[in-house]
Design a protein. Structure first.
Length: 222
């Protein structure tokens, strides 16, 4: 695979939902989710622009199966905005599960976009909530900063990373997925489907080594 040379004026490393509840032992664990933490930490010094998203639900959020009688986690229900997967209670505001993984270099993040804080609507994407209309404001923020290319990392590949990547394309950004800096829930083949759809929408797939190789050794970290 070819190396990708960074342009510090326009590139952003976006770290999606690197939170305890999505790591091993968490309420909605992505298998071995925490293995992406050191990969992301190695990438951070290579970027001048770094930001993160944080799933941030109120108690009793409508995406929780516990709020729907007779429903179990990972079943679906119909919401006014379409079909919604129901999840175990997770990333409740202020909880340990909603906090970022302890080893993640959070101090390097210049901004955090919180999402899913409206009780009646879920939000996978960093750009739009699940109705596809309610915006988080991220596009405008990135445009004002001159960012035009997004490097996607974090959890989970087949949900929040996937929808963020597609919406990034829809908003006119170039999008690169750093494969080894993501991990999937893989619900009913969702991992393969997500990869296929991202590629179809022009998301470039790469590995962290293809980026780190191009930066100075002192930036490459441990
Ligand atoms: Zn959530």
């Amino acid at each position: 695979m070819t190396d990708i040379t960074l342009d510090q004026n326009r590139d952003l490393l976006l770290v999606v939902d690197l939170q305890n509840d999505f790591c091993s032992g968490g309420a909605l664990e992505v298998p071995e989710g925490e293995r992406v933490v050191p990969v992301i930490n190695r990438l951070i010094p290579a970027f001048a622009n770094v930001g993160a998203t944080q799933d941030w639900h109120p108690v009793g959020h409508s995406s929780f199966a516990s709020q729907h009688e007779g429903k179990a986690p990972f079943e679906t229900t119909e919401m006014p905005y379409g079909t919604q997967v129901l999840w175990p209670d997770h990333c409740v505001q202020g909880s340990r599960g909603a906090a970022f993984h302890d080893d993640f270099q959070l101090d390097a993040c210049q901004f955090i976009v919180r999402k899913g804080f409206r009780k009646t609507i879920d939000s996978y994407s960093a750009f739009y909530e699940n109705d596809g209309e309610t915006t988080t404001g991220l596009s405008g923020y990135l445009r004002e900063r001159g960012i035009t290319r997004l490097f996607m990392t974090g959890l989970a590949l087949d949900f929040c990373v996937f929808y963020s990547a597609l919406d990034g394309r829809r908003e006119g950004f170039e999008v690169v997925l750093i494969n080894d800096a993501t991990a999937a829930i893989d619900l009913n083949g969702s991992r393969e489907a997500a990869l296929w759809q991202m590629e179809d929408k022009g998301v470039v797939m790469t590995e962290s080594t293809n980026i780190l190789r191009t930066v100075a050794p002192e930036v490459q970290g441990a």
